[in-house]
Design a protein around this ligand. Structure first.
Ligand code: ATP
Ligand code: MG
Length: 415
């Protein structure tokens, strides 16, 4: 035997059992996105590295150390997408779909980050995301959060919503100054990671997961004390709408998105069931990004959820239509079995024909395991074969298909 080539670390394949579960979750989400007026966009996996440097920010974990970046044959620096928002904004600006319009987009697919692989953290992982453009008030944020809640409810997922506001750009920079002054005064008590963030992206220090910093960060200046009237009104508008809908949330003063273009609302859903990687979905308002990437100023909000993490939380699996017919057959009857199966598919039934080398007994077991509503045995003498493809033969297949269809319909009616 020759040597096996291993898969890439942190990059997983999904074989049918898992892929099936993912598809069920994705189609549930797809249905809800449509129910809220979101339209699908398919975005490229490759972008110019500069896009992420500008959109995600130079001073972020993603750009500093997580991107898969390479120089292509033309000497251009390209990166595999580490997230979806930047590419969505870039594509929307190029197509001119933001100006004076409202848009609701959703996307899905793999993202790539060179992180240390562990439970809930992979190098190729998958996100479902929504982005809404041209809507400045808290209504769209509330609507988006309700969409998330509804998805959790449909899937039987328990997650808790954390919300906060960064305020306007002016609030943010006033807060940032106060935070830097506070952290510098306590620099000796910070860990190395926090000191590094303090110098380059101070809001991110609040994200620290080091329990030793808990007290120090708990006593840090609070964003809410720096909100302008406008910022407070915006956030109040959001909490009013969430209260109207009976959505529970925790206002979390230290919840920040460390990127410069975020303003106003930020939110995350967390779950106790995920271990150290507790966040299943994260989002917020990013009114500054479209302009930062060369478009006209456009209000924007979005969230992205991690499918790997979501799938582990699902307790209520959306029911998918089962296989209708499993055709048991042996080699001499295969030609007939294929023809019969095509007749059934013509009538929109889902059909699997057994084409392996197992005997009848074991095929019956497989038919039972397949979840099919009906098992059909196609044997060689089943249908008259007056001549290959003859009209009588075709009539025989149609008759057999009609008989099977009738059985399926009767079963359907009797439950
Ligand atoms: P974290 O704090 O877990 O690193 P993040 O802030 O880097 O999260 P986002 O960029 O906000 O994550 O991505 C949104 C969601 O995508 C996360 O909440 C998570 O569910 C998922 N996600 C992010 N990175 C990974 C990864 N490496 N592997 C699996 N899922 C991920
Ligand atoms: Mg991360």
């Amino acid at each position: 035997m020759s040597r096996q080539v291993p898969g890439v670390r942190g990059v997983r394949a999904l074989l049918p059992a898992e892929a099936h579960a993912w598809t069920a979750v994705e189609s549930c989400a797809r249905g809800l996105f449509a129910a809220y007026g979101y339209q699908e966009v398919r975005l490229p996996l490759l972008e110019h590295t500069e896009l992420y440097a500008r959109a995600v920010g130079e001073v972020t974990d993603i750009v500093e150390k997580e991107m898969y970046t390479f120089v292509d044959r033309n000497g251009d620096s390209l990166s595999l997408r580490p997230e979806g928002t930047a590419g969505c904004v870039r594509a929307g600006i190029e197509a001119g779909v933001f100006h004076n319009q409202t848009q609701r987009f959703w996307y899905q697919g793999p993202m790539f980050r060179h992180e240390r692989p562990q439970k809930g953290r992979y190098r190729q992982f998958h996100q479902l995301g929504v982005e809404a453009y041209g809507m400045a008030g808290p209504d769209i944020e509330a609507e988006m959060i309700l969409l998330g809640e509804r998805l959790w409810r449909r899937l039987g997922v328990k997650a808790h919503l954390l919300i906060n506001s960064l305020g306007t750009a002016a609030c943010r920079s006033a807060y940032r100054e106060a935070l830097v002054a506070y952290l510098e005064a306590h620099a000796a008590d910070l860990d190395e990671d926090a000191r590094r963030r303090l110098a380059r992206n101070p809001l991110r220090v609040l994200d620290s997961k080091n329990p030793a910093l808990e007290g120090l960060l708990g006593a840090a200046p609070k964003l809410a004390d720096y909100w302008s009237d406008e910022a407070a009104a915006h956030f109040g508008g959001l909490t009013d709408r969430l209260d109207d809908a009976g959505v529970r949330y925790t206002v979390t003063p230290r919840l920040v998105r460390g990127l410069d273009y975020y303003t106003h609302t930020v939110f995350e859903w967390v779950s106790d069931a995920l271990g150290a990687q507790a966040t299943v979905c994260a989002g917020g308002r990013y009114d500054g990004l479209v302009e930062e990437l060369g478009g006209a100023a456009t209000p924007a909000v979005g969230f992205a959820l991690g499918l790997e993490r979501l799938v582990t939380l699902v307790t209520q699996w959306p029911r998918e239509a089962p296989l209708d017919v499993f055709v048991i057959t042996e080699p001499p009857a295969r030609r007939r079995a294929l023809a019969l199966a095509e007749r059934l598919r013509e009538r929109d039934y889902k059909v699997e024909v057994y084409l392996g080398s197992a005997g009848l007994k074991s095929q019956i077991k497989r038919a039972q395991g397949s979840g099919a509503r009906l098992a059909v045995y196609a044997h060689a003498e089943d249908i008259e074969l007056p001549g290959a493809g003859g009209s009588q033969e075709r009539a025989g297949w149609n008759e057999a298909a009609a008989a099977i269809a009738a059985r399926l319909e009767n079963r359907g009616m009797n439950g």
